[in-house]
Design a protein around this ligand. Structure first.
Ligand SMILES: *Cc1c(COP(=O)(O)O)cnc(C)c1O
Length: 424
């Protein structure tokens, strides 16, 4: 039957007793949007009132989504999914909390000291650590505090755009620092850096090109060699990997970079570390302390909920990000077959081998063999608009629901969502 013929009137839906308790204008707007979905064939007319009720009584925006994209750290889906311990820590810290109070003495205490201690213990090579809003904030503070009015010496091959049109060189220049670009797009030598160092130098910056990789006639200078030059060295590792990970051999980690002689490392909390959005600043005690006391630091200060989640993530060790990165392909295949079985032949579907990726968070050249349900592409929209929304990817005319980033407990929810989206 053509759904569009059966579209009820807005007032008729609003008269439904299930919608009586809600603010009228908001209810009317939501009902209109649900009726538009009926017109597009995305929602059966009979479900309009219930769907509107769910939306009106739901938590609003930021709905939980099942990530079946096969992209472990998907920026549009909020990057890392937090471990359960971090979620509990956020809830516990949501009310009044001792974030800046020593309960023993009753005096003011260092903000977030337990989270900072956990970070310091996770990276013993760092003399001191500081946590800010995000990776960009860490870089901003380093550039402002160490190079405003001076030069940042950086390779032309590392002037990276990080996404949504934001470019690191623009961010650095916005602090009043000048960029002293050295080398070429593909090759930069130690002499290039050495020749650029002078009284104007604030620091040398090495940026990990985290979202692309170069092959062929390329050369970059290792941290160990840069560290021997007579200027402070700041390394933006991006991903927040604290220790070397054999699964991601080309991803720099904080411990190794510091042991190789970097004075400061900046990184994100919500990429490979698997925690909340945060910026990490690790390294020499005098530099970290100077940046922590810089007036701008107050504007980049991190929320108590972030501190709670970061500490819990560091202590938990295991995270959904690590689990998704390490799930064996054979197990993903078995899970996909079980989901396929649960569809009982009601939807044209097939289990296929796929390649998942780490995502905007790093390791652009790493391919993770994975498994997916291949479905008709016209199921993409109803799955996205379902409850819970399931987001896959369309490839070569098929909708792929890759299970690598779906928690195993949610496999049955994926099967149920497919059946609903297909109108069963
Ligand atoms: C992601 C990234 C950033 C920005 O970090 P945010 O936490 O997104 O602000 C900066 N530099 C590199 C190398 C990155 O990979």
């Amino acid at each position: 039957m053509d759904q569009r013929r059966a579209v009820p009137r807005t007032d008729t839906v609003l008269a439904d007793p299930r919608l009586s308790g809600f603010q009228r204008d908001r209810a009317r707007a939501v009902v209109r949007e649900e009726l538009d979905r009926v017109r597009r064939g995305e929602l059966p007319a009979a479900d309009v009132a219930e769907s509107a009720r769910r939306r009106l009584s739901g938590p609003g925006g930021l709905r939980p989504v099942l990530n079946a994209t096969g992209v472990v750290l998907h920026t549009n889906l909020g990057r890392a999914a937090l471990p359960a311990a971090a979620v509990q820590a956020i809830v516990a810290a949501a009310g009044h909390t001792d974030v800046e109070l020593d309960l023993e003495t009753g005096r003011r205490a260092r903000r977030g000291r337990t989270a900072l201690r956990a970070l310091g213990e996770a990276v013993p090579a760092a003399q001191a650590v500081h946590v800010l809003n995000n990776g960009a904030a860490a870089l901003l503070l380093a550039a402002t505090g160490l190079a405003a009015g001076k030069e940042i010496v950086v390779s032309r091959g590392e002037l990276v755009e990080i996404g949504d049109g934001f470019r690191l060189p623009d961010l650095l220049v916005s602090t009043g620092a000048r960029l002293r670009e050295v080398g070429t797009t593909n090759r930069t030598s130690l002499a290039d850096y050495r020749d650029a160092i002078g009284p104007q130098t604030g620091f040398l910056l090495k940026v990990h090109p985290s979202n692309f990789y170069q092959r062929g006639f390329v050369a970059a200078v290792p941290v160990r060699e840069l560290a021997a030059l007579p200027a402070p060295l700041v390394v933006d590792i991006g991903s927040g990997l604290l220790d070397a990970d054999p699964l991601l051999p080309d991803e720099p980690d904080a411990a190794t970079v510091l042991c190789d002689g970097a004075d400061l490392v900046t990184a994100s909390g919500d990429k490979l570390l698997g925690g909340p959005q945060a910026g990490l600043l690790l390294g020499r005690a005098d530099l970290v302390e100077a940046l922590r006391r810089h007036p701008l630091a107050r504007a980049l200060r991190v929320d108590k909920l972030t501190l709670a989640a970061l500490e819990a993530t560091l202590l938990a060790g295991e995270t959904p990000t690590r689990r998704a990165l390490r799930a064996p392909a054979a197990r993903l295949r078995r899970r996909a077959e079980a989901v396929h079985g649960a569809l009982g032949g009601a939807v044209p579907a097939e289990v296929v081998d796929t390649v998942a990726v780490v995502g905007g968070g790093g390791a652009p050249d790493v391919e993770l063999p994975s498994a997916a349900l291949a479905l008709p592409p016209d199921l993409a929209a109803p799955l996205r608009l379902g409850d819970p929304p399931v987001v896959g990817r369309v490839e070569q005319g098929r909708l792929l629901l890759d299970l690598r980033c779906v928690p195993e407990d949610d496999d049955q929810a994926v099967a149920a969502a497919i059946l609903r989206a297909a109108g069963h």
